[in-house]
Design a protein around this ligand. Structure first.
Ligand SMILES: C[S@@+](CC[C@H](N)C(=O)[O-])C[C@H]1O[C@@H](n2cnc3c(N)ncnc32)[C@H](O)[C@@H]1O
Length: 255
């Protein structure tokens, strides 16, 4: 096991990466996701040209989930990670958590429609930076597109580490940085112009999507985020790029 060495009091503005009180980002992010909850899936589908489903599949396929796994999905939103896990791996149980109740309302509708396929799925309002579960409660913690939106990232990773059992895995899907300079340039242009345009088409308001693009630009690249995971105490830290490194799946263990 690596020794954790992080400042748990550190907080940033998630749009810029600069030091700022946590409330600046937390309140902004909660409002954005409350406003777009029922259009969230449509935006994902169009803005990623349908790629987002294959990224979710890669996340679940790389995650060491078994039929005995007790799984916690942090920042689980409308349930994409949870329901993909139900479809592909059928863990013993999943707590699908998020701190925006409007996103969980959509998840509840999907649960009611049978997307859990018999897996025991429970919904919970949880802040990923202050997790209300006991130490060593879960085999698997998943999170897609959550950590980038959290102003207290060190605290969040330390909380996820705390609630994992020894030998358990943290499995994260997050936007990242294409290593190829030409792809990177194309991606930056798409973030600047394409993402807000899709946001306006899908939800009628581009402002939340201008934030999305800024937060992606301000997020550490694959190596930088891997180092944050090591700093939080995780070992066997690995990542897999998807679609030229536009996003990456990170797997890290608590040994
Ligand atoms: C881009 S959505 C991702 C949702 C889902 N994981 C998916 O892949 O579709 C980001 C989610 O993070 C949630 N979130 C942001 N900060 C959070 C925090 N501190 N604790 C828990 N959830 C948070 C938001 O409410 C939102 O539902």
């Amino acid at each position: 096991m690596s020794e954790p060495h992080t400042n748990l009091e550190h907080s940033i503005d998630t749009a810029t990466g600069q030091e700022a009180p946590a409330s600046v980002s937390s309140e902004r992010v909660k409002k954005i996701f409350t406003d777009i909850a029922w259009n969230y899936e449509k935006f994902n589908k169009y803005s990623s040209f349908g790629q987002y489903r294959s990224w979710l599949r890669t996340l679940i396929d790389k995650s060491p989930i078994t039929s005995d796994s007790l799984m916690l999905d942090i920042a689980g939103g409308t349930g994409d990670v949870t329901f993909t896990a139900c479809e592909r791996k059928q863990p013993a149980s999943i707590i699908l958590s998020d701190y925006t109740p409007a996103m969980l309302e959509v998840a509840q509708a999907r649960l009611d429609a049978g997307e859990a396929r018999g897996v025991a799925v429970e919904l919970a309002v949880v802040d990923g930076q202050d997790i209300p579960y006991e130490d060593e409660s879960f085999d698997i913690v998943t999170m897609s597109y959550g950590i980038r939106n959290m102003p207290e990232r060190e605290k969040a990773l330390s909380e996820m580490y705390r609630v994992l059992k020894k030998g358990g895995a943290l499995c994260i899907l997050e936007f990242s940085t294409p290593p190829n300079p030409l792809m990177r340039l194309g991606y930056r242009i798409y973030l600047r112009w394409g993402i807000p345009a899709w946001g306006k088409i899908c939800t009628g308001d581009a402002s939340g999507f201008v934030y999305l693009a800024k937060s992606i630009n301000a997020f550490p690249d694959q190596e930088g985020f891997s180092q944050m995971l090591r700093n939080a105490g995780f070992s066997r830290v690995e990542y897999t790029n998807v679609t030229f490194g536009v996003a990456a799946v990170h797997i890290a263990y608590k040994d």
